[in-house]
Each structure stands twice: as structure tokens, then as C-alpha cells.
Design a protein around this ligand. Structure first.
Ligand code: TNX
Length: 576
């Protein structure tokens, strides 16, 4: 089979009754049909690391008496690593202080926050340079805020980084280098081998995120925490929560209590809705922070505000409450830009949100306010930007904010489908930075294929190749890579109602976008990516993560006959 031919994938049900059923069946079939995975190779990591130097003589096997030895600053990451490894191995994996007495034997995992090569180990040869001049200089690179170095030798594994975030990313890489059975929640008899060699790794972009729309359909705290775990696996470091929209207001605001109490009880399709209390929100923020993920809360203004108007008719242009909205149209609602009460509301809401949010960003929306004339819109968002800036946070907004005056640090989230966008390029010239979320590549709510049972197709179909094959550094004409803060994959939830459906739309596209955000451009290679990604299917299946068994990916499988398939991107659906 040529490298790019569609692979016989995992069986899909002929006619799924519901999307939830499809997701469940996909997960079951994936578990049943995936062949025992091949051992991980050092190059198999997603997102692709900056430098990889395999050393077959350095393979390491984790044994029952292994301990994780750490410096004080690395304790929390070590605790999380132990939590990932204990269930499947059944090993105790004590976390011990590297400064104190204790075993320093061959079966020790060491996390250290000091960027130095392992004591007593031979100086490693320069890693293969897959990317940059840094590698050619001998792998002696500054690891920065999020980078790490992973050394696997026959006698141990060491992760070094300058920061806990770097150690955490290194620990996630180590997790991927163990057999897929490491994802099991119960002990498995397995040889816990890690391929030998050295990885030196740093992100290409500082901002790597995903968005969850909790407004169209509400998702409880536990669902959000699980999404944080998904992000963290792939080194994404921002979770954007779309907290408000026409169909529901999802965050309690003390000074305007009806927003949640009245505006929060609806959702698309007439569901019960829901909202986060300040403690719920703090729980999400704290859980994310421990995984080095920053929460970016969005209050969408001036449009997408029907739920707020139901709660507070004084904010409505006609001063009468509209009926609650549970459909999926956009662009009809807006807060009254001519009333001073509206600006008090904006200041109060962002003031409370800023106080709850340790991260630097507040997202003020700005999209699809079709009923507000251009000049009024501009004046409104300029005041709203100033009110956000007055909280001490940095303004983020959809790229419709582009015509407004620049405020210090302003970031625009670009969701266009055509990179020819002079208005956005002009805003960048005036100082804005961009988060890239092109609808026809990064939108996780687009269907994979015509028969995907949930999702939209207004931006086209987004299969895995389309999610992967674009370059955030050159995507918008006239925007230099230096102005690109990073990438984000948004998941709008008009048609997404369950945790399984969230995962079905995220996997396997989320890792594709994650790789664009993290990996150096020189590693970009669809043929290699689909091979590396294939090995993650058994991991997700073992972890109970629902995924779309995309026919573009050569999943390990045992059954090859009689499997209905969809055409891969640019391919026919015949088997070579
Ligand atoms: C456009 S993308 C929207 C959302 C919808 C989405 C559906 C953006 C900033 N606005 O209101 O949910 O399309 O794909």
C-alpha cells in the first residue's frame, strides 16, 4: 500500500441512530480491532519533538522497585507522573527527594529542575538536528519556559527543565514512550520498556489552545477537567471557555445574579443548561494550572447575548426581555450600546471574572454582532477593550475587533477561511498579535466527512489531513510569524451534547493542531504524522477516550476485510 493510501480503518456502523451511539460503537470497535501495539520508538511522540537522537543501546525497562527521585521544585510533576504510571504497572513508584538518602540505582527516574546532564553519565553526542541551528551547536539549547530534555539510558530516565511546565511536558513525552497499556486503569502484565536516546524539545509558539463552548450545551466541571487532561497530553497550554451565548450564561456573577440564575437555565434544544459557581470555576482553573494549562474565559459581546437580555431586559435595545433562545442561529442579539448601564454591566462582569482568573487573558468575543452598525460596533468594542484593560488583564477577541483602536497587548483570534484578510493584517501592523483558528482547518465542530453525524460544514469538511496541513506562521497574508502568538482549535457545541461526542470531535484532530502549535516547521510531514498518530489509537482506546477512527490514519488493526471506509483526503476509497 503506498504511504498515502487510505488504510483499512476500524469498522464504522452502517447507520448510527445517534451520535452518542456512533461514538460508543467507534470506541468499542477500536478496542476490539486494534492489534497489540508495536513498542514505542523515540520518534513516535506527538507533537513531534524539536530534536530526537535514538540510542538503541540505551533502552530502559521500568521495574517494580523503581523510584522517582526529584528536587523540591519537581515534586508536583513527579507526583502526577507517578499517578499516571501506578495504575497500569501496579508498581509503588515512591517519589523521593534527590537531595536526601535513598536509592540512586539503575531503576531511578529523576526529575530535576536543574538543566544539567545526568551526573556520571557519558556526555551525549549531539542529538540529530531536525530543526534548528541550536541542534547543530551540540544540543546545548536554552530550554526556556516550557522546554525539556529527556535522557533515556539503560540505567535510568532523566528529565531536565528550567521550569515545572517544562518538566511536565517532558513527563508527558515519557508517558507516550511507554507501551500503550500504560493507559490501563488496572494492572497489566507488560514489559515497561522505554526506547533509549535523547530528546531536546521546545515549543514553536507560546500559545497553544483549544476552546470548549459550554454555552450552547452546558458541560459540568468533571467534563471540563477531562478536557484539560486531553489538552495536557498534547502539550496544549490554554483552555478557552466560551462562557456566554444566546442560549445560556454559564458563570455566576455576584453583582448581576440573574445572569446565571435566569440566563443559565437554558441550552440548545431545550435542555436544562447549567452554570459554574465561583468555586466550580476556581476548581477548573486550579486543576488546569496544575497541568500547566491557563484558562481563558470569554464573555461574548456585544452580540451572542440573548441569555443576558432575558435576565436583564434593561440591557436590551428595546428594554423588553426577548424570549429565551434554544435554536442555533447567530447574529440576532446585542446589548444596547447607547445605554450607560450596559458599560456598568461590562465593567462589573469583567471585574469579577478578572478577580477569579489568575491567567493574563480575558476574551471579550466581538463576533457576529450583525445588527450593530459598524461605527457603533467600533465605539462599543473600544470601550469594552478599555474596561478589560482596566482590570489589568490583556484583551483577547475574535478578529472582528480588528477595526477598533489598538490597546496594549491586544490579541485577535482569527477564525477566517481565507488568509487574504487586509483588515486583520492592518490590526497586526497597529500592534495586535494573532491566535490562528482558521475555520476550515482548526474548527473541531466541522464534520470530518459528509456522513459525520454531528457538526457543521459551513467552513467545509475538516478531515485529519486538513487539520494538519497548514502553517500558522504564514497563514494570514501580511502577518509575519513574529506576530503569531499561537494556535487554537475551537469546539462549538450546537450539536455536541456529551463527553463522548466532545472526544469524538477532538480526536484525532486535536493532536494535529497541537503539533502545529508545538513542533518546529521542519518536522512537518503528513506521511510521518499519520504513522506517529496511528500509535495513539490504542492509547485512547485503553484510556477510554472516544475517537473518530479516521480512514486516513493507518491504525494498527487485525481485521482488514469487509470494512466500509470513507475516502481519505484527495484519495479514492479503493484499497491498493
Ligand atoms: C461561528 S466562530 C461562530 C459561533 C458558532 C460557530 C459554529 C465564531 C467566532 N462564531 O457562534 O458557534 O460559527 O461553527
Amino acid at each position: 500500500m503506498p504511504a498515502d493510501a487510505p488504510s483499512p480503518g476500524v469498522d464504522l456502523p452502517a447507520a448510527p441512530a445517534t451520535a452518542a451511539e456512533l461514538a460508543r460503537i467507534a470506541a468499542d470497535r477500536a478496542t476490539g480491532q486494534l492489534a497489540p501495539p508495536a513498542p514505542a520508538r523515540l520518534h513516535d511522540v506527538v507533537p513531534a519533538p524539536e530534536q530526537v537522537r535514538p540510542d538503541p543501546a540505551g533502552d530502559f525497562t521500568l521495574s517494580p522497585d523503581a523510584a522517582i527521585r526529584v528536587s523540591a521544585a519537581a515534586r508536583d510533576v513527579a507526583g502526577q507522573l507517578a499517578d499516571w504510571l501506578r495504575p497500569a504497572t501496579g508498581f509503588p513508584l515512591p517519589v523521593t527527594d534527590s537531595a536526601g538518602p535513598g536509592p540512586d540505582g539503575p531503576l531511578t527516574l529523576t526529575l530535576s529542575s536543574i538543566a544539567a546532564p545526568p551526573a556520571g553519565s557519558p556526555a551525549p553526542a549531539p542529538p540529530t538536528d531536525r530543526t534548528s541551528a541550536a541542534g547543530a551547536a551540540g544540543g546545548d539549547v536554552a530550554l526556556g519556559d516550557e522546554g525539556y530534555r529527556l535522557d533515556v539510558t539503560a540505567t535510568g530516565v532523566r528529565i531536565t527543565a528550567d521550569t515545572p511546565a517544562g518538566l511536565f511536558h517532558g513527563a508527558q513525552t515519557l508517558r507516550q514512550l511507554l507501551p500503550a497499556a500504560i493507559e490501563s486503569a488496572t494492572p497489566v502484565a507488560e514489559r515497561w520498556a522505554v526506547p533509549g536516546g535523547t530528546i531536546v524539545d521546545r515549543p514553536r509558539f507560546a500559545y497553544r489552545g483549544a476552546m470548549l463552548d459550554v454555552a450552547r450545551h452546558f458541560f459540568g466541571v468533571d467534563d471540563v477537567l477531562r478536557v484539560v487532561d486531553h489538552l495536557a497530553r498534547y502539550k496544549l497550554n490554554h483552555l478557552h471557555l466560551h462562557l456566554t451565548d444566546d442560549q445560556g450564561w454559564r458563570i455566576a456573577v455576584d453583582s448581576w445574579p440573574r445572569l446565571a440564575e435566569v440566563g443559565g437555565v437554558t441550552g440548545v434544544g431545550g435542555g436544562p443548561g447549567g452554570w459554574y459557581t465561583p468555586d466550580d470555576y476556581r476548581r477548573i482553573v486550579a486543576y488546569a494550572a496544575r497541568r500547566h494549562v491557563t484558562v481563558v474565559p470569554e464573555i461574548d459581546l456585544p452580540g451572542h447575548t440573548n441569555a443576558a437580555l432575558v435576565a436583564y431586559p434593561e440591557l436590551a435595545p428595546g428594554k423588553t426581555a426577548p424570549p429565551p433562545y434554544t435554536g442555533t442561529d447567530v447574529g440576532f442579539s446585542y446589548v444596547d450600546p447607547t445605554d450607560e448601564r450596559t458599560y456598568a454591566f461590562v465593567a462589573d462582569v469583567f471585574g469579577e471574572l478578572a478577580a477569579l482568573t489568575p491567567g493574563p487573558w480575558l476574551h471579550l468575543g466581538g463576533d457576529e454582532a450583525f445588527k450593530v452598525p459598524a461605527e457603533r460596533y467600533r465605539a462599543f468594542v473600544e470601550r469594552a477593550q478599555a474596561l478589560v484593560a482596566a482590570t489589568g488583564k490583556t484583551v483577547v477577541g475574535w478578529h472582528q475587533l480588528a477595526p477598533a483602536a489598538h490597546v496594549d497587548g491586544r490579541v485577535l483570534q482569527w477564525w477566517g477561511t481565507n488568509g487574504d484578510d487586509p483588515g486583520t493584517a492592518d490590526a497586526v501592523r497597529r500592534g495586535a498579535r494573532l491566535i490562528l483558528s482558521p475555520g476550515n482547518h482548526a474548527y473541531l465542530d466541522m464534520k470530518y466527512a459528509p456522513d459525520t453525524p454531528i457538526g457543521h460544514d459551513w467552513a467545509g469538511l475538516v478531515d485529519v489531513r486538513r487539520a494538519y496541513d497548514w502553517d500558522p506562521g504564514t497563514h494570514v497574508h501580511g502577518v509575519p510569524v513574529e506576530a503569531v502568538l499561537g494556535v487554537e482549535a475551537p469546539l462549538w457545541t450546537e450539536s455536541v451534547t456529551t463527553r463522548a461526542e466532545i472526544e469524538f470531535m477532538m480526536f484525532p484532530r486535536l493532536p494535529a493542531v497541537a503539533e502545529l502549535g508545538w513542533s518546529p516547521r521542519s518536522t512537518h510531514d503528513w506521511a510521518g504524522f499519520r504513522e506517529r498518530l496511528a500509535g495513539h489509537g490504542p492509547r485512547w482506546a485503553t484510556a477510554g477516550i472516544t475517537f473518530h477512527p479516521s480512514p486516513e490514519i493507518p491504525w494498527p488493526h487485525s481485521a482488514t476485510a469487509g470494512i466500509p471506509r470513507q475516502p481519505a483526503h484527495g484519495q479514492t476509497d479503493t484499497v491498493a
